[in-house]
Design a protein around this ligand. Structure first.
Ligand code: FAD
Length: 457
């Protein structure tokens, strides 16, 4: 009997899964395998929200496979060792895997290929499973990867995508493939309003958004109170939705909302091709501005106030509280809180990125670190010294104070636009709010930043 293994990683779905389709086409039986890697736990990357979401995804994938006559085989340990063991136990000839784009994924792939080859087996890596357009597909004439989004996007738009593949009807798993118990979600340390993970919820959300959200996306995507973006990010991170399928469906749907949505998916691919070409950008400046950032030691009180949502700037505090409560934050709010930390408080972007990575259910090395670098001015933004003003931005993107009222209950009695500047209230009204004064005034923050970057204030 010809057996193949499909090693699931960031592609926890059955719809549009080329490695699974290829394995099923070639073999009589397939082992759908997921390995819980303790190295991911050790690096701190498996933070409580993502761990809980992952456990949902695994349970959902197992249930979908069982509906098709199969099951998910889960093992704990080093992925290379476990894959090789399962290959020996089931006499599998080859292993199918989706390409990953981080240094971690590249190293795992390299080790796996070498280990399999030693026992006469093959590793088959499939592209365009976790991205729409894989890194390296489109490159500028003069360099190996794009460093500016606009030209990248022009090429990305005209790149043809592979056809999405249907979910299999039957999956036959050999009896020899023995797994461990699939862990179930625990609540410890998890954000209270964390949504459920898994392909089932993801596809239901996709159908609902196509019906009700997509057409208005372009008009509402920056409205923090409307909360009208897709919230697909965690599903894209864990691969319970396929980027190729999303782009194709959105293009078929058509209209300004769908086009604008597809553009955001291009940002995702853009960051992945930067990370693939410059793996160190996960931790070091892509384009240094020679910053001498304030660090954890020097700015402890400011960092704690930012993390806990008590900076005295309502829109910043609302965002930081949403992050803890939901394990997610609106994109406009991510931009504002990142600008506030790096530019207004002049604190190292890595401190902010680490806090986001701890809480975000969609926390993703490429998207998180490179968006942080973009906002810190050390990444791919062509205007590295741009500073977002939290008051004017709040007035524009939360004009009625809906977002602030939702997350900062102390300010619920204060109307917009004053809710964005509560320090302007008369002293007795202000005292009654029990809301902190601003950590720093915006002009003082700006002067510090401009001096640090060697600009005239
Ligand atoms: P939508 O607006 O509905 O967009 C659809 C999809 O497009 C998103 O799900 C996402 O996959 C992709 N996308 C949208 N905006 C971006 C962007 N700027 N860069 C890359 N992809 C994008 N996104 C993550 O997935 N993980 C992160 O860890 C992450 N950290 C961020 C940190 C900072 C400081 C900033 C400014 C942005 C970060 N983003 C991150 C990007 C973006 O904020 C989120 O993808 C988006 O808010 C998720 O909400 P949504 O799914 O409703 O997005």
């Amino acid at each position: 009997m010809h057996v193949s293994i499909v090693l699931f990683t960031a592609d926890l779905r059955l719809h549009d899964h080329p490695p699974l389709r290829a394995a099923l086409a070639a073999a009589d039986a397939v082992v759908p395998l997921f390995v819980l890697d303790p190295a991911i736990e050790d690096t701190g990357f498996a933070a409580p929200n993502r761990r809980a979401f992952l456990h949902d995804c695994l349970a959902d994938l197992d249930a979908s496979l069982r509906q098709r006559g199969g099951r998910l085989v889960v093992r704990g340990g080093d992925p290379v060792t476990q894959v090789c063991r399962v290959a020996t136990e089931t006499d599998a000839r080859e292993v199918h895997l989706s390409a990953g784009h981080s240094a971690f994924a590249a190293h795992r792939e390299e080790r796996l290929r070498a280990a399999l080859e030693r026992s006469g087996r093959r590793l088959i890596v499939h592209d365009a499973v976790t991205v729409a357009v894989p890194p390296g597909t489109i490159t500028p004439a003069s360099a190996g990867h794009f460093t500016v989004f606009t030209p990248y996007h022009r090429h990305w738009e005209s790149t043809s995508l592979r056809a999405a593949v249907a979910a299999p009807r039957r999956v036959s798993v050999p009896d020899e493939a023995i797994g461990e118990k699939i862990p179930s979600r625990t609540a410890t340390g998890v954000s209270p309003a964390l949504p459920p993970g898994g392909e089932g919820p993801a596809r239901a959300q996709m159908t609902a958004y196509w019906r009700k959200g997509l057409d208005a996306y372009d008009d509402t995507r920056d409205d923090m109170g409307a909360d009208a973006t897709s919230r697909f990010s965690a599903h894209l991170h864990f691969g319970t939705l396929s980027p190729v399928e999303l782009v194709q469906r959105a293009r078929r749907h058509g209209g300004a909302g769908a086009l604008s949505f597809v553009r955001q998916l291009a940002w995702r691919d853009f960051h992945r091709q930067v990370l693939a070409a410059r793996p160190h950008s996960a931790h070091t400046d892509l384009r240094t501005q020679h910053d001498h950032w304030r660090t954890e030691h020097a700015a402890r009180a400011d960092i704690d106030a930012w993390r806990e949502g008590r900076t005295g700037y309502p829109v910043i505090d609302a965002a930081m509280r949403q992050l803890r409560e939901e394990g997610w934050m609106h994109n406009r709010a991510r931009l504002l809180t990142a600008s506030f930390l790096t530019k207004t408080l002049y604190i190292d972007w890595r401190i902010g990125a680490a806090h986001f990575l701890y809480w975000l259910v969609d926390g993703d090395i490429a998207n998180n670190q490179l968006n942080w670098q973009w906002m810190a001015g050390t990444g791919t933004d062509t205007r590295p010294n741009r500073v977002l003003n939290p008051i004017t931005q709040a007035r524009k993107y939360d004009p009625r104070g809906v977002y602030v009222h939702r997350w900062v209950p102390e300010l619920r009695g204060v109307d917009a636009p004053r809710v964005h500047e509560p320090w302007r209230l008369p002293a007795p009204a202000r005292a009654a709010l029990h809301y902190p004064d601003p950590l720093v005034t915006l002009p003082d923050g700006l002067i510090r930043f401009h001096r640090a970057r060697g600009k005239r204030p």
